[in-house]
Design a protein around this ligand. Structure first.
Ligand SMILES: NC(=O)c1ccc[n+]([C@@H]2O[C@H](COP(=O)([O-])OP(=O)(O)OC[C@H]3O[C@@H](n4cnc5c(N)ncnc54)[C@H](OP(=O)(O)O)[C@@H]3O)[C@@H](O)[C@H]2O)c1
Length: 333
């Protein structure tokens, strides 16, 4: 079968012919039709990820048809169109993952391939209103945004939400989820064009994070926020305390801009703020996320679709931060 394999750090992925995997006990074999790229895939390629084991087929997001099953899996599942939950071995705790937890796609063989074997418990019926490309865009970003917003962020209908780096996959899902429950949302981005796109989706407005005074502009134009959802960290993170309403919550799920600096303890305690970290999600979060997408008939924003063979062009688009929404790979014979 065809697969996009990372053989060594800082190299392009290579399209290789690999053996089709055989499902073991409790696993299903999925014939993938679409996959999606996450920043994680780039971080692995750049060597900025823990415990990298190569060569490996990358990819955490996938949709396809169940073609075969291993022992101890019911036959009823064969032929179903499914999405894959990329959280492996989450464990028993709701608030945090087990030590065995892994994200699909390094070290386990990922979704940038024609076939993949995954635990049967990690597949769910793909939302019927979504195309394969849209369904492939959903799992990792949707799961991360859902947990950050609802479980960790305790978001309530109609609250005021600030989302950083709106061009990102997780950020856009958080925008769509919160808007579905009447949130008043502002965003930050590298370009005014991306802010305008967010406004066309329903955001109230936004600021350029490159402007060092962005927090002042945001406060004077839009006031304070009940909840911030942040995937960047870095120097700007401290400003999230400035724009928080008293009793506000800040949830961080990523560190694209590096270490957090100069947090003011006075702002933190005087405003009685809550700062939480969030990573991926458990099986319940994934099921709830899919149910939410179905209930509100949400369509993930797709930036672009590339054939699997052009995976390196797709990576380049993400590396240059040209994208707005998910970059998807179409997988054919
Ligand atoms: N903890 C988890 O479970 C988890 C899950 C998914 C992702 N992540 C992490 O979250 C981050 C985003 O992931 P993703 O897949 O959504 O990536 P992505 O689609 O590539 O989005 C990255 C976005 O970061 C934004 N950005 C860059 N510099 C920024 C800054 N200084 N301030 C604010 N935003 C900035 C950009 O927004 P604009 O395009 O608007 O400029 C860019 O689109 C990555 O660090 C990733 O590793 C963590």
């Amino acid at each position: 079968m065809k697969a996009a394999v990372l053989e060594a750090l800082h190299e392009d992925l290579k399209i290789k012919e690999l053996e089709r995997p055989v499902p073991e006990s409790g696993e299903v074999l999925v014939r993938l039709t679409a996959a999606a790229i996450n920043h994680r895939d780039l971080f692995i390629q750049e060597g900025k990820y823990a415990k990298i084991a190569l060569p490996c087929t990358l990819g955490s997001d996938g949709v396809g048809i169940v073609e075969d099953i291993g022992p101890n899996v019911g036959v009823g599942i064969i032929g179903q169109r499914v999405v894959i939950n990329p959280s492996l071995d989450w464990g028993e705790q709701e608030e945090y993952q087990s030590r065995k937890f892994r994200v699909l796609g390094m070290p386990d063989a990922g979704t940038f391939a024609r076939y993949i074997c995954v635990p049967a418990q990690n597949i769910s019926q793909a939302p019927a209103h979504l195309s394969d490309e849209e369904a492939a865009a959903l799992p990792l970003a949707g799961l991360t945004a859902y947990r950050a917003l609802f479980r960790k962020g305790a978001f309530k209908r109609g609250e005021r939400v600030f989302i950083t780096g709106i061009g990102g996959g997780v950020a856009l899902m958080a925008l769509q989820f919160s808007l579905a429950l009447d949130a008043q949302v502002c965003v930050s981005s590298s370009t005014t064009a991306k802010i305008e796109k967010a406004v066309s989706l329903g955001a109230d407005g936004g600021v350029l994070y490159s402007n060092s005074e962005w927090h002042k502009k945001l406060k004077s134009n839009f006031g304070h926020f009940d909840l911030s959802i942040d995937g960047a960290g870095g120097d700007s993170f401290a400003r999230l305390l400035d724009i928080a309403a008293p009793g506000g919550r800040i949830v961080n799920y990523g560190g694209t801009s590096g270490p957090i600096k100069e947090l003011s303890p006075q702002r933190l305690f005087w405003k009685q703020l809550v700062i939480k970290g969030s990573t991926m999600g458990n099986a319940e979060d994934f099921k709830n996320m899919l149910a939410f997408v179905n209930e509100h008939s949400l369509h993930p924003v797709i930036d672009s679709v590339f054939p699997l063979e052009e995976v390196n062009q797709a990576f380049k688009r993400m590396l240059e931060a040209q994208h707005f929404g998910k970059i998807v790979l179409r997988i054919s014979e």
